[in-house]
Design a protein around this ligand. Structure first.
Ligand SMILES: CC(C)(COP(=O)(O)OP(=O)(O)OC[C@H]1O[C@@H](n2cnc3c(N)ncnc32)[C@H](O)[C@@H]1OP(=O)(O)O)[C@@H](O)C(=O)NCCC(=O)NCCS
Length: 173
């Protein structure tokens, strides 16, 4: 049973065993491309240092997948972020991102990037809030134009946030 009054999640590095529940979370979140279960198992295992799961009583209610850009390791590229529909608007997505950034082994990350569809207001607001929290600029440009996609797909806008002011980024659980 989820306690809606005290929404305190445990924010953890995921493990391979979390992949199944993450895949189910992404499916019920809506608005996201649902990748294979294998992709989520792989992310939770091989990219665990830059991913985070939010759980309450063993229920997986939030997830962020991200990786360091191979060409620019001090930049965290956020791939997908999902919060259970019943818990949105409670700062959970912001805390998932803050948790990844406050890990000791991620202290050298200075920039955060994500692509956002033009109609995804919640996601846009989330990353603008992240920039504000970390006292950083947010530059917006087009990264993947609609002509790149085989199906009808809006252009993906790149949000590049940074440099992060680490002392500014404090979000309590
Ligand atoms: C995007 C998403 C992860 C946000 O999760 P969340 O936990 O509700 O976000 P937060 O509560 O941390 O909100 C962060 C900021 O965004 C704002 N925000 C969140 N949802 C919003 C909405 N629907 N409309 C307007 N602003 C919104 C919040 O007010 C907050 O800004 P503030 O601190 O300045 O008030 C969630 O809506 C979701 O899972 N959506 C479906 C999947 C998706 O689109 N993911 C993003 C693309 S990968």
């Amino acid at each position: 049973m989820i306690d809606h009054k005290t929404i305190t999640l445990d924010y953890q590095k995921p493990e391979a065993a979390d992949g199944h529940a993450v895949w189910k979370l992404v499916k019920r979140s809506g608005g996201l491309d649902v990748n294979t279960s294998y992709a989520y198992i792989l992310l939770c295992d091989q990219f665990r240092d830059t991913c985070c799961v939010g759980k309450q009583e063993e229920r997986t209610l939030g997830f962020v997948s991200a990786f360091r850009k191979p060409s620019e390791p001090n930049t965290l590229f956020v791939w997908q972020i999902a919060v259970d529909p019943i818990l949105r608007g409670n700062g959970i997505a912001s805390k998932l991102l803050a948790e990844v950034l406050r890990r000791d082994d991620n202290a050298d990350i200075q920039y955060v990037e994500a692509t956002i569809g033009p109609d995804n207001i919640a996601s846009r607001q989330l990353f603008l809030r992240l920039a504000k929290t970390f006292g950083a600029e947010c530059a917006i440009s087009e990264l993947y134009g609609e002509e790149l996609f085989p199906e009808a797909h809006d252009a993906e806008l790149l949000f590049r946030i940074g440099p992060l002011r680490r002392g500014a980024g404090r979000l309590e659980n």
